[in-house]
Write a protein that binds this ligand. Structure first.
Ligand code: FE2
Ligand code: FE2
Length: 367
C-alpha cells in the first residue's frame, strides 16, 4: 500500500464512524457589537464565572464499583424482576447476580445516551453561535458550546474509566437531534434543544442523581445540571423576545413542532442491545416485560414524564406558545392533562437555585 492509499480512510470504515448532517441554515456575521440585551449579558457573565474544570474539580481517583451503582428499586429493575414470573420468561431462572449485571447494562445504556445527547447539544450550541442574529446570544451560545463539550467529555470518561463499554445512540434521540441540526430556521435549534431536550435532560439527570450515592457521579451530575439550568434560561430569554415578532402562522409552526415532540411522538429511547449483551433474545423478553407491566399496573415513564413536563410546560407558557392561535397548544396539551404543570418548576429564571458549582465554591470560601 502506498502512502496516498494509507492517507484516505476506507469509505465503509468512515461511514460507520461518522454521521454527516446537511444544515440548511444561513450563517450570520454581525456588524453591530452593541450590548443591548441586559439579561443575556448578565447570563453570559454568570456563565463565565460558573465554568468548572472537569479535570481538577472532579475526583477521578474515586473507586467505583459498577454493581454498587445499581438501584434495585428503580422502576426498570422492579419491572424486570416481575417479568421473571411471567410464563415462559427467559428471566425465570435468573439469580441476583444476573439482575445486577442487567442493572449495570441499563446504567451504561443511560450514560451512553447522555454522552451522545451532549455531543448533539455541543453541535446545536455551535450552530446557534453561527446562526443567531444577536451578538449577546452569540457570546452566550459560545459559553454553552464549551459547557456541552465538558459534559460530553465527562460522561465519556465516566463510562470509559468507571463503568464499561458504551452503547450506540438510540435512533429516537439521533432523529430528534438531526432534525434540529438540519433546520433552516435558527430558532428551531433553540426550541428543540434549549426548551425540549434540555428539559428532558434535567429530568433524566435528576432521576439518576436521586438513585445514586456514588460521590463522583453525584458531583458530576450536579455540576452538569447547574449548566443545563442556565441553558434552559438562555432559550427562554431569547425565544420570549423573538416570538413576540412572529406572525400567528409562524407561531403555529412552532406549536406544531412542540405537539410533534410531546404528544405525537411517543416513541422513547429503548436500548435492545442491553438484552443482546446479556445473551437474552429481545423477541423473547419483550412479551414477558409487557405481561409483567400490565399485571403490576406499571407505566415506566409516568414519574419521569411528570418531571419532564414540569420543566417544559412553564417555559413554553413564557414563550407565548400556549396561547397563540387561539390557544391551539393550550387546548391540546390541556386534553392530554399537561396543563397541571403550567406553573410548576421554574427553570426559565430559577437557574440560580440549580447552581451547585457556585454553592460549592461559596462553601469552600467560607471554611
Ligand atoms: Fe449538556
Ligand atoms: Fe445544555
Amino acid at each position: 500500500m502506498n502512502v496516498d492509499e494509507q492517507a484516505v480512510p476506507d469509505r465503509a470504515v468512515m461511514e460507520a464512524s461518522v454521521k454527516v448532517i446537511h444544515d440548511h441554515a444561513d450563517r450570520i456575521f454581525l456588524w453591530s457589537y452593541e450590548r443591548d440585551r441586559e439579561q443575556l449579558v448578565t447570563l453570559y457573565n454568570k456563565a463565565m464565572g460558573s465554568q468548572w474544570n472537569s479535570v481538577t474539580e472532579l475526583d477521578w481517583a474515586t473507586d467505583v464499583d459498577p454493581e454498587a451503582l445499581v438501584d434495585h428499586h428503580s422502576p426498570f429493575m422492579v419491572l424486570c424482576r416481575a417479568a421473571a414470573d411471567e410464563p415462559g420468561s427467559p428471566l425465570a431462572n435468573w439469580s441476583d447476580r444476573e439482575f445486577s449485571a442487567l442493572g449495570v447494562e441499563q446504567l451504561k445504556a443511560s450514560l451512553s445516551q447522555f454522552m451522545h445527547g451532549e455531543q448533539g447539544a455541543m453541535m446545536t450550541a455551535a450552530k446557534i453561535v453561527e446562526t443567531v442574529p444577536w451578538i449577546d446570544a452569540k457570546y452566550y451560545a459560545s459559553t454553552q458550546t464549551m459547557d456541552e463539550a465538558r459534559h460530553t467529555e465527562v460522561f465519556a470518561k465516566y463510562l470509559h474509566t468507571k463503568v464499561g463499554e458504551a452503547y450506540p445512540m438510540s435512533p429516537f434521540l439521533e432523529e430528534q437531534i438531526t432534525v434540529l441540526l438540519e433546520d433552516g430556521r435558527w430558532d428551531i435549534a433553540y426550541l428543540g434543544m434549549q426548551i425540549v431536550i434540555e428539559s428532558l435532560a434535567l429530568a433524566a439527570f435528576g432521576d439518576m442523581l436521586r438513585r445514586t450515592q456514588e460521590p463522583l457521579l453525584r458531583k458530576l451530575l450536579r455540576y452538569v445540571m447547574s449548566d443545563e439550568a442556565r441553558h434552559v434560561a438562555f432559550g427562554v430569554l431569547t425565544l420570549q423576545e423573538y416570538y413576540q415578532g412572529l406572525t400567528e402562522a409562524e407561531l403555529l409552526d412552532r406549536q406544531e413542532f412542540l405537539l410533534e415532540n410531546t404528544l405525537r411522538n411517543r416513541t422513547r429511547s429503548t436500548t435492545p442491545e442491553i438484552w443482546e449483551r446479556l445473551g437474552v433474545s429481545v423477541d423473547d423478553v419483550v412479551p414477558a416485560l409487557m405481561g409483567a407491566a400490565s399485571r403490576i399496573g406499571f407505566n415506566r415513564f409516568d414519574a419521569f414524564q411528570k418531571a419532564f413536563f414540569a420543566k417544559l410546560v412553564p417555559n413554553v407558557r413564557k414563550l407565548g406558545l400556549l396561547d397563540a392561535n387561539n390557544g391551539h397548544l393550550r387546548r391540546q396539551w390541556g386534553e392530554a392533562g399537561l396543563l397541571e404543570f403550567e406553573f410548576a418548576d421554574d427553570t426559565g429564571s430559577d437557574y440560580q437555585t440549580y447552581d451547585a458549582v457556585a454553592a460549592d465554591r461559596a462553601a469552600a470560601g467560607s471554611n
